[in-house]
Design a protein around this ligand. Sequence first.
Ligand code: EPZ
Length: 432
Amino acid sequence: MDNIIIRGGTPLSGSVEASGAKNAALPLLAASILVEGPVVYHRIPHLKDITTMMTLISYQGAEVAFDDRSCIHIDATSADKPEAPYELVKTMRASALVLGPLLARFGTAKVSLPGGCAIGARPIDMHLKGLEAMGATINVEHGYVEANAPKGLKGATIVFDQVTVTGTENLMMAAVLADGETVLENAAREPEVVNLAASLRDLGAVIEGDGSNRIVIRGVSSINSGAMTAIPDRIEVATYLAAAMITGGDITVTQSDAKALKAFLARAADAGVTVETGKDWIRCKADQRLKPVNIHTQPHPGFPTDLQAQFMAMMCIADGACTISETIFENRFMHVQELVRMGADIQLDGHTAIVKGVAKLSGAPVMATDLRASASLVLAGLAAEGETKISRVYHIDRGYERIEEKLMKLGANIKRQSASEHQITGNIPLYA
Ligand code: EPZ
């Protein structure tokens, strides 16, 4: 397992380009299963999760290929295996996003239960309840979901108990080919949901209300071939802007969309950061110590849970104390103990962290536990005095394309150390 080594203390500055959004690309790729024909994909990031999704769709019998401009071509005409095996789903929980499309296209699907992850149990009960409301029979046993709708899915009104991003996406895709109208109430409003709806509309789906909490889908008999483009990765964008804020630097992220980051940018301004935005760029300049800002994660357009760990890293060196409440996932404070190892002053009280700003963090060996926690450790390392060694960086590679390359371009002293370089091997004599 690789490490990332950072020597902190340098204010980062310059410009970096955002990649396509992982959390937009995954449902877009799953949607290819709905189409009996080619779909060309643009701006799909080169990440492990994307490769896993492509492998899964190929396993189902679709033709999947890259071209020389890193566009992805998928043609699911020949797909004939409506399954998602545990071996693939266990490495990427978002594989559950193929359930709705498989059921809509084939009338049957066998998908491994995704299981939990570091940040929480993350069940898919609302996905399954929605499919049942659409007429599917659902059987869960031996770790698999077996869904059947031999006469096809029927439109239904589905009211989500709580906002679910991939639940909204899964049922939207299922509804595209259903018989009749489906209404999703208390639907997710994330930009990635809007990206999926707009892309499906381009292929002939009839969808309205995306971006609001009530989405209406009128089923059609089929949708056409075409092209889909992922929106910029707003979480990656905000992570690089946070690198400017935590190091007292000045960074512009191009190919980005400020409208998708209103809550984050408002809290950055509250922290005393100069925020400038343009049509497709955002600039953050931090020329004073950050002010403490209270954060309360919520579904979009509230403050994103995927930016909670990164903002906490910033608040560790703010000029005062603040509270950070995590309302979406039950265990998304795994980064706290690692930040404390770097000298942060953080007390946990249930789902709330009380962060008291310290003058400086100090570099230390720390361990990544999940994707966004690892981003917060990189940010802390960029600001800390001395060397920070982050282990288990495979977590970060799941969501950040070429992170050390992009940070080096901004002036960071950062490098990747391969597993063989850092293993401590002792010659322990055999006990005589
Ligand atoms: C999506 O996960 C994102 N992943 C997550 O990003 C993100 O943190 C999350 O939405 C919230 O914004 C992708 O889009 C691939 P949810 P998702 O369903 O859809 C509970 C990252 O770092 N719930 O909106 O799985 C659930 O446990 C990842 O990029 C149920 O109880 O999240 C959670 O507490 C992490 N039953 C809450 O709802 C269900 O059937 C919100 O989860 C579904 C969800």
